[in-house]
Design a protein around this ligand. Structure first.
Ligand code: HEC
Length: 163
């Protein structure tokens, strides 16, 4: 009985240690890493492409809210959603190492330049934060400029990492 309990706690300790060790910093996610879980690369590709299309729709809607309608209040819930979705925490787990080809427009160099690729999403997060500040201050001129800068960040990543 004592032996059994000892080995059970050893297994538990090992499981915890493995779980806590997690992925190495700066390493591209593999199937089954922390964060959102994907069955396989194909699933991750489908998900990220849908997610990016959703983000594009959100940005288009926000341009309508902030530039055309000057409606910061209407924009706020969408800005919150954008902050959550257009982020490395949300998107990076779907860029499983080697998940290019097969219905994806991702370039293989994403995984050769993982740190630079990640930095693109950090830029995006910062830009969404500044856009939110501009909207909160109801500074529509600034919000308009921030929206163009945001699109430029999308495009500069696409130029380098998307076919
Ligand atoms: C750090 C890099 C990066 C940033 C920043 C980025 N994207 Fe992308 N995006 C990609 C990659 C890589 C793909 C190709 C994904 C694939 O096909 O597997 C892509 C694909 C897309 C697609 C095509 C999806 C499809 O199914 O046709 C859309 C739409 C898109 N991105 C919108 C955006 C918008 C809008 C922004 C900015 C708000 C943005 N992206 C910012 C890397 C980025």
């Amino acid at each position: 009985m004592l032996m059994l309990r000892t080995s059970l706690s050893a297994v538990l300790a090992l499981t915890l240690a493995l779980g806590l060790a997690g992925p190495l910093q700066g390493e591209a996610p593999r199937s089954g890493d922390e964060g959102k879980q994907f069955e396989d690369s194909r699933h991750a590709v489908t998900w990220r492409r849908e997610e990016l299309k959703g983000i594009e729709r959100l940005v288009r809607q926000l341009r309508f809210d902030l530039v055309n309608n000057r409606d910061a209040r209407g924009a706020e819930p969408r800005l919150e959603e954008l902050a959550e979705r257009a982020s490395g925490a949300n998107l990076l787990p779907a860029f499983i190492e080697g998940s290019h080809g097969r219905g994806s427009e991702a370039r293989a160099r994403i995984w050769e330049e993982w740190e630079e690729f990640k930095a693109g999403f950090t830029d995006l997060e910062e830009q969404v934060a500044t856009l939110r500040e501009a909207a909160a201050a109801e500074d529509y001129r600034l919000a308009t400029r921030e929206l163009s800068d945001l699109s430029m960040t999308c495009r500069s990543c696409h130029r380098r990492y998307r076919y």
